[in-house]
Design a protein around this ligand. Structure first.
Ligand code: T1G
Ligand code: NAD
Length: 711
């Protein structure tokens, strides 16, 4: 027999024969927004005071336990009750409280569970403290309770990696006490399992076991201190990230201080993280990467079924794309020009899996299963029943149009025809076929089986179904999709070309390529433009510059330094030298005085007297060029919103995630300052530094790029 007690919009309270069940119901992930916190605290108080209640169970409705604090509330004025107060009330409850977990129990969600006196989980549970990924730390007692329950090493691993652990690992760690069976309606199932576990505790007369009072895991002081010292050393290397070191300091407190004091210190450090611009940048990245898939065509179109995918060209990209498709469980047919090239393509694919097996990341059975779904052919007829084909042949319009001519002849009606071109005009490729409505751009990034970004390039005549199919495919490949319009270089490569040109201008005007790379790395990128060129191969950029020579504005400044290196065959890592010199087999480049000599000679040829650049000026010019071109890309609709540019640079070009992307960062710096910089730089080069009208408009109206990010 069960009785309902007064509840709140997001929290139901029902008594089942002496066991009170608090069900959190705040779709989609039961985030702990104000109403949930308030309802939970009220419910807890009501149940604790109710004479017929002997124990409590907390469970989530729907597919999740609790995915944490409501991230949308950060940066808003805080409202009582605060989550720490709710957790402390649960822990202090005089009656046993059981957390019955299914699906995600993350951040504040796991902190709620840690404050409970017992935790049981379904086999699909995912537990974690991922706050570091948002520039925060577990600020509702998580740093103190997790350390006391599982020890410093395990707690630090969870909090510094932000990874989600499975139920079996959580049991091994001591995060949970029991794993239940699986069921269709897991919320109802976990309610029943929770009630059973509470009855078991009552039968055992087990008093509430308060995590904050646990001491065993921290008993071995030396071992815990060693773990903290190791984590501190690691966190100090985290390229300027703020919250990791705060997390380590909290765990040190857990080892040194009584619980109450540790909680106070945790709150102080949480507030410091909250105030850090890194929090805003990382939360912007969190919601932006979830926003890029919200495109008009996703509403208008219906994805077509995709099971069999053809890949034309088994080179660097074709092979990586094939691996990505096989990893997603799809059937793949690889087409190459001839058997030799086909075997080379197969070799590239097989090499990826051999590497994974060798590292123990893939079993031989799984390797065989994936390769079992791969077919090879030189005849396009093999694609007659393909649902989708991705072309990744040489970057030459005529070669690609010839491929599409063959595809339109053999592929079934409704098959999606995609190109992986980096720069070419996809409208021209589509127009060369009789089925332009089926042609789309799927621009993967190298290595295609690793890089998460996928630019989905939407030509003029494509049908919404085909765009919807592309976004559905991106989800299956676990890629972060960004919708892009057709232009030279789409979103990412177009903006890259401009900030790279700004770097070349600074280089010719007196800056060292090595200082520029150092500045870019200090800013937070994994590498600078010249290191990046050496990694990707200077010959690719050279081919692009040659292709563009015919249409380049004769009035535009053109720096020839890179051409001088390419004329010498100095393409970078693949030739042992480029902007840097590479010892055989090493990817670590050494600065090259011969390159500096070539630069100096080019300055003389161009009649330029070199001048000094401060690191600040290098950074301001590099960023201003990026933001100015990005504003043009948004204004032209090549990118739907500024967040699409941010996600593209974050996932495809190494823009530091804690800065949120170039346009979020520009808002943080102040658009007026950036526009003023551009106008200053334009005095010497008005053509390159023509301010983007959108940037001028936003500054004039006192608005930001963020105002254009309506999802
Ligand atoms: N707050 C607000 N919205 C959230 C949310 C959250 N915590 N988690 C998810 N959403 C939204 C998301 O934006 C999307 O919305 C929808 O839910 C589905 O999410 C005090 C400080 C849980 C593993 O970091 O990792 O607690 O786009 O598309 O792939 O110490 O969401 O549909 O409008 O990602 O199935 C810590 C964040 C918070 C977990 C589900 N918690 N979430 O993945 O769906 S900080 C987190 C996730 C904290 C305390 C601290 C994932 C997921 P929309 P989704 P999914
Ligand atoms: P690649 O030279 O490594 O591979 C191209 C492959 O296509 C070769 O194996 C070649 O044999 C094959 N091929 C050529 N013509 C063919 C035809 N008619 N039929 C079947 N196969 C044919 O080149 P890549 O680096 O893989 O680039 C492929 C495409 O991907 C290009 O459009 C390029 O711009 C684009 N892309 C490259 C990168 C990158 O970083 N390399 C990144 C994104 C996109």
């Amino acid at each position: 027999m069960s009785t309902d007690l007064p509840a709140s919009p997001c929290v139901r309270l029902r008594i089942h024969e002496a066991i009170a069940v608090l069900t959190l119901d705040n779709p989609p992930v039961n985030a702990l927004g104000w109403a949930v916190r308030d309802g939970l605290l009220q419910g807890l108080r009501n149940a604790e005071a109710h004479p017929a209640v002997h124990a409590l169970v907390i469970v989530g409705a729907g597919k999740a336990f609790i995915a944490g604090a409501d991230i949308r509330e950060f940066g808003q004025p805080p409202r009582d009750p605060w989550l720490p107060a709710v957790c402390n009330a649960i822990e202090a409850c005089t009656k046993p409280v059981v957390a019955a977990i299914h699906g995600p129990a993350l951040g504040g969600g796991l902190e709620i569970a840690l404050a409970c006196h017992a935790r049981i989980a379904a086999p699909n549970a995912k537990l974690g403290l991922p706050e570091v990924q948002l520039g925060l730390l577990p600020g509702a007692g998580g740093t103190q309770r997790a350390s006391r329950l599982i020890g410093a090493a395990a707690a630090l691993d969870l909090m510094l990696s932000g990874r989600h652990v499975s139920a079996p690992e959580a049991l091994r760690l001591g995060l949970i006490d029991h794993i239940t069976t699986m069921a269709e309606d897991l919320s109802a199932h976990m309610q029943a399992e929770g009630i059973a576990w509470a009855r078991h505790l009552l039968a055992e007369r087990t008093p509430p076991r308060r995590t904050g009072e646990q001491a065993e895991a921290l008993a071995d002081r030396a071992a815990n201190q060693a773990a903290i010292d190791a984590a501190k050393a690691q966190a100090s290397k985290a390229r300027g990230l703020f919250s990791p070191l705060q997390i380590v300091a909290c765990v040190q407190d857990a080892l040194d201080l009584p619980m109450a004091e540790g909680l106070i210190k945790e709150r102080e450090r949480f507030a410091a993280c909250l105030a850090s611009p890194q929090r805003a940048g990382l939360i912007h990245a969190f919601f932006s990467e979830r926003g890029t898939a919200k495109v008009p065509e996703a509403q208008q179109g219906t994805p077509r079924p995709v099971q069999h995918v053809g890949v034309i060209g088994g080179g660097t990209m074709g092979a990586g794309i094939a691996v990505s498709l096989l990893d997603a469980g799809l059937r793949v047919t690889l087409i190459e020009r001839d058997d030799t090239a086909l075997q080379a393509g197969l070799g590239r694919i097989a090499k990826v899996y051999e590497g994974q097996v060798a590292k123990g990341k893939l079993s031989a059975e799984a390797q065989a299963e994936k390769l079992g779904r791969l077919s090879l052919a030189t005849a396009y007829a093999a694609l007659a029943d393909a649902d989708l084909v991705i072309e990744a042949v040489f970057e030459d319009l005529a070669v690609k149009q010839a491929v599409f001519a063959q595809l339109q002849a053999v592929c079934k009606p409704g098959a999606v025809l995609a190109t992986n071109t980096s720069y070419l005009d996809i409208d021209a490729i589509a127009a060369s076929t009789t089925r332009p409505q089926d042609v789309i751009g799927l621009h993967f990034f190298s290595p295609a089986n690793i890089m998460k970004l996928l630019e989905i390039v939407v030509p003029a005549q494509v049908s919404p179904d085909v765009v919807a199919t592309a976004f559905e495919l991106a989800k299956r490949l676990k890629k972060v999709p960004v919708r892009a319009g057709v232009c030279d270089g789409f979103i990412g490569n177009r903006i890259l070309a401009v900030y790279r040109t700004a770097a070349d201008h600074m280089l010719e005007d007196g800056a060292s390529p090595y200082d520029i790379d150092r500045m870019v790395k200090a800013f937070g990128f994994p590498m600078g433009p010249y290191e990046m060129s050496d990694l990707a191969g200077g010959d690719i950029g050279w081919a692009t510059r040659k292709r563009r020579a015919a249409t380049r504005d004769p009035k535009a400044r053109y720096v020839q330094i890179a051409d001088r290196l390419c004329e010498r065959g100095w393409f970078g890592q693949k030739t042992g030298r480029g902007w840097y010199v590479y010892e055989a087999g090493s990817r670590q480049g050494q600065e090259d005085p011969e390159v500096l000599a070539i630069v100096e000679a080019e300055r003389q040829r161009a009649g330029i007297t070199p001048r000094a650049f401060s690191t600040d000026e290098l950074e301001r010019r590099y960023l201003a060029a990026m933001v100015n071109e990005a504003a043009k890309v948004v204004a032209e609709g090549i990118a739907l919103r500024p967040l699409d540019v941010d996600v593209t640079l974050l996932y495809g070009y190494g823009f530091p995630r804690h800065k949120g992307g170039p346009l979020h960062h520009a808002d943080q710096l102040g658009l007026a300052r950036i526009l003023a910089d551009i106008r200053t730089f334009a005095e010497a080069d008005p053509l390159f530094w023509r301010p983007a009208p959108l940037l001028e408009q936003l500054v004039a109206e006192g608005r930001q790029f963020a105002d254009l990010n309506k999802i």
